[in-house]
Write a protein that binds this ligand. Sequence first.
Ligand code: ADP
Length: 579
Amino acid sequence: MKISIFSKIFGGYLFIIIALSSLIILFSFSTLKNHDINSSTDNLKNLGTTLSLQVAPLLEKNEYQKLDALVKKLGNEIKTRITIINSDGVVLADSEHSPKSMENHKNRSEIIDAIENGFGKSIRYSNTLKKDMLYVALPVFIKDKKELLCVIRVSLFLSDIDMLFAELKTKILHISLVIMIFSILGAMFFSRSLSRPIQMLKVVSKKIASGNFNAKVILKSHDELKDLAESFNNMAEQMKEIFEKLSQQKEELNNIISSIQEGLLLIDKKGIVLLANDSFRKIYETQYVENKYYWEVLMVPKFNDLIKRVISSKTNLIEEITLNSRIFLCSVTFLHKKEELVVLFHDITDLKDIEKMKRDFVTNVSHELRTPLTAIKGFAETLEDEVDQKSRHYVDIIKVHTDRLITIVQDLLILSELEEKEAKLKLENLNIKELLNNVAKLFAKKIMEKKLELKVEISENISFLKADSFKLEQMFINLIDNAVKYTEKGEIKISVKQKDETVIFEIKDTGIGIPKEYLNRIFERFFVVDKSRSRKLGGTGLGLSIVKHIVQIHNGKIDVESTPEIGSKFTVILPINPL
Ligand code: ADP
């Protein structure tokens, strides 16, 4: 249950007012009653003393009848009960009853006190009159004051005292009631004056929460609540500024997002599209993208698969996908904090076309060059037998360069074939041992000539490897050819082992090594570390580019470690099944 602040303050005040008033009334009533009893006691005491002067002579003369008559007369006149009791407790006279009918009063507490202490008082129920009474008893002595003559007891009905007190009680109650009403009204006023600013703060904060930053709390008071209201207004002012800045930034961001050429999607962790820019709408020719699942927006299996992979791996991925006959480089960034995905669609169709044109050009030129080069080579070989010693030298130079050109053309053709997106892999279960032995045979002569050693180590536990055997053979030829070419002494070691779902090949040599600064460039086309050496050894700078492409189309990885003058190690990691 919600209790308002007004009710809480007012309830507190009300409790204090009622508690205090009740305490004051109770306390004043009991004080007044005590005061009344005390003054009545004093009056009765004085009355007793006065009576003793009239009673003593009659008693001394044993005139009991006269005494009783006097007591009855006086009692009636002053509306007070008078009882005369002798030292044995026998009632000698009583203003209300016949003394003979009354029982012995020796044991009445006021009588005992009067005889022993000279004064007795008690408030109790009278068995004779059947009412609560205030009794005051005084001893009366014979003249020399040594012998007790009698005890005079005067008494009043408590109800008579109460009657006197009742009027005062009513007055006190009236005054208390008036004070209470004023206090309650005051309490209401104070409670309202305390709760109103809080109420106002509540109303204004609700307005601010609903976006009305101009709402203000205005208080007339000059207290802490006024300070609170001012701080609140300042806070609202600052919030307004921050909000304006944020909206401005949001607008700028929206402008940037809608102006970028790339299509953009923001997808939440459940797969719902939160945002899409105009470029994306143009790409997909649809307006209604937001709040739909990404698979409803883009019904492209490759895209959906890419998103699923990013969500499960929580890493960023880039892949080419085709949408409406155009090719896009689709980059998916995983935002770890909110687990959202930012997807950018970069149209690379034109770039791809140019790339294809360049590739086609290289392929066509290479094809066109192959026939004349073969003819030149053939004629150079024919010439070799027919020319004299001097001219043979020139023919040899023609032959060397023609061979180099033929190798370059061959490598270029291989490379363009590998670069073809559609480059198909003829996958088959590979016999690694047989393949490596066949390649090793190709280099046996060269290795013998250079007095090198070739070691092949194939681990026992290799299960199977699915790969294109022709392309893999080409890869090993290039890697082993380099190792043999760039090693003058020592050994070439090929090792094969399996780790999880991959097969790891290492081709290690003890050759000249590669300087550190060139390590990340050696896979580029036509890159050679030492041009003259490479040319002398018949290198084209295309071998490692071919190797890298072959590894890539098998979904594998290639890495190189090398130290000049110590040797190089090429590591190829291939999945046992590239699909
Ligand atoms: P190339 O036909 O010139 O060998 P590659 O593309 O095969 O062209 O290699 C690029 C360059 O990398 C080579 O020119 C050579 O400098 C360096 N390289 C490749 N393999 C090795 C190796 N095993 N030892 C030392 N250098 C190497």
